[in-house]
Write a protein that binds this ligand. Structure first.
Ligand code: GDP
Ligand code: MG
Length: 404
């Protein structure tokens, strides 16, 4: 499953973001290291479901369809305790940094209201420096990965005697999930393709890692606490510094309040939508009314949304360029063998083929694969067809397995 790690300094709202995205109840508080083990949970990436264009009522199995929006599960990890110099093992850094290793992308939460100091302690709003906070964490991750590469120099050199360098590095730092093509690209961008690996030192490794990280751990910067005054100015600064749309505005606490109230049956609210309404006849306590008024005034009216679902979607569809693809067993009814309409939806990286989709569904399908059909048109698809967003695919297989 696609895995996203939430990183950032202490007290920026990582656990609140995590809880809002998963609606699990991990502990939230103002202390450093409240979370001592990474929290792992399920969040969702959402997009308009194909049931709409087909005018069908669907029966999703693992995913969910709410008002014509399909929500596909993704794994998210709340990585606590990243502080300056965590990479040398200070604090609980190293253990948590390894959670980043398994992630496909990062959500980098920053306190845009500037209410934390550089150590992550709560301070007067506006006193902190959110841009510096983001850079500190990036440096931290760079140092950690550089350190791993550096301590594996001998192993890499040995493997590189019989493997291309990018494969040797990929093997040596397997825990970071860096594929050879990304490594090769980073070597080129860092202009290290002309430098013999034996001559790489700390500076070369640092250069290589700086160019590698955006390729293997693309990250979305989430400017959190946008409900607080002062956050806007910092959000502008962050957006200017990290141009190309990598910064999203968010109020994790507002989303958490809305999802909790929705779960308690008090609100009509769909994650990602621009409005919420109080359920008719719902009895709100004065505190609840006040909190919802605050969310409405400070977040929804101003930003049109809380930003949590948008951040998740942006990371999955824009940054990672995933496509949502629907496998079906029956191409005329768009259903599985039990009559469930559009039962599954998978997230597949751009460039994936029908065989990749078969692999996601079941390894047996790959072994028995004969051909794939585009269920919308009934056309046969070549083996190397590149799946597109919202394709509905029928995979034809041999009906019998060969005896061996
Ligand atoms: N005003 C405001 N406070 C928030 C928001 N998100 C989190 N907080 C508060 O920030 C503090 C730290 O939150 P937490 O999720 O524990 O931060 P973490 O250390 O990064 O996991 C808590 O007091 C939260 O209630 C938000 O969107 N707006
Ligand atoms: Mg936390």
């Amino acid at each position: 499953m696609l895995t996203i790690a939430i990183v950032g300094k202490t007290n920026v709202g990582k656990t609140t973001f995590f809880n809002a995205a998963t609606l699990l109840d991990a502990k939230i508080s103002n202390y450093s290291f409240t979370t001592i083990e990474p929290n792992v949970g399920t969040a969702y990436a959402s997009d308009v479901c194909v049931c709409r264009e087909l005018g069908l009522k669907d029966n999703p199995q693992e995913s969910t369809c709410i008002d014509g929006w399909r929500y596909i599960p993704i794994k998210i990890i709340d990585v606590p305790g990243l502080i300056k110099d965590a990479w040398i093992g200070k604090g609980l850094g190293n253990k948590f940094l390894s959670a980043i290793g398994q992630a496909d992308a990062l959500i980098h939460v920053v306190d845009a209201s500037g209410s934390i100091d550089d150590e992550g302690k709560i301070t007067k709003p506006g006193a902190g420096n959110p841009l510096q906070d983001v850079l500190d964490i990036e440096t931290e991750i760079e140092k950690w990965v550089s350190d791993i590469v550096y301590s594996n120099m001998q192993l890499i050199a040995r493997e590189a005697t019989h493997l291309p360098l990018e494969e040797a590095i990929s093997l040596a730092i397997a825990g970071i999930k860096a594929k050879p093509p990304a490594i090769m690209e980073a070597i080129k961008v860092a202009e290290l393709d002309k430098v013999n690996f034996d001559n790489w030192g700390k500076t070369e490794i640092a250069r290589f890692v700086r160019d590698l990280l955006p390729l293997i751990k693309p990250s979305m910067i989430v400017a959190n606490k946008m409900d607080l005054y002062l956050a806007e100015e910092n959000y502008e600064k962050l957006s200017q510094y990290f141009s190309n749309g990598l910064v999203t505005a968010c109020s994790a606490e507002a989303e958490l309040a809305l999802r909790r109230a929705q779960k308690a049956g008090l609100l009509n609210y769909t994650p990602g939508s621009e409005k919420f309404t109080v359920v008719e006849g719902a009895k709100l306590t004065p505190e609840q009314s006040k909190a919802l008024e605050y969310v409405d005034k400070r977040v929804m009216s101003k930003w049109m949304r809380t930003g949590i679902q948008q951040a998740l979607n942006a990371i999955v569809f824009k940054l990672l360029k995933m496509n949502m693809v629907y496998p079906v067993a029956n191409e005329s009814t768009f259903s599985d063998n039990h009559g469930n309409v559009l039962p599954h939806a998978h997230l597949l990286a751009d460039g994936s083929t029908p065989i990749d989709l078969a692999g996601e569904v079941h390894s047996r399908l790959v072994e028995q694969y004969i051909l794939a059909l585009d269920a919308k048109t009934g056309l046969r698809l070549p083996k190397d067809y590149r799946l597109r967003h919202r394709d509905i695919i029928k995979i034809m297989t041999q009906t019998r397995t060969k005896k061996n």
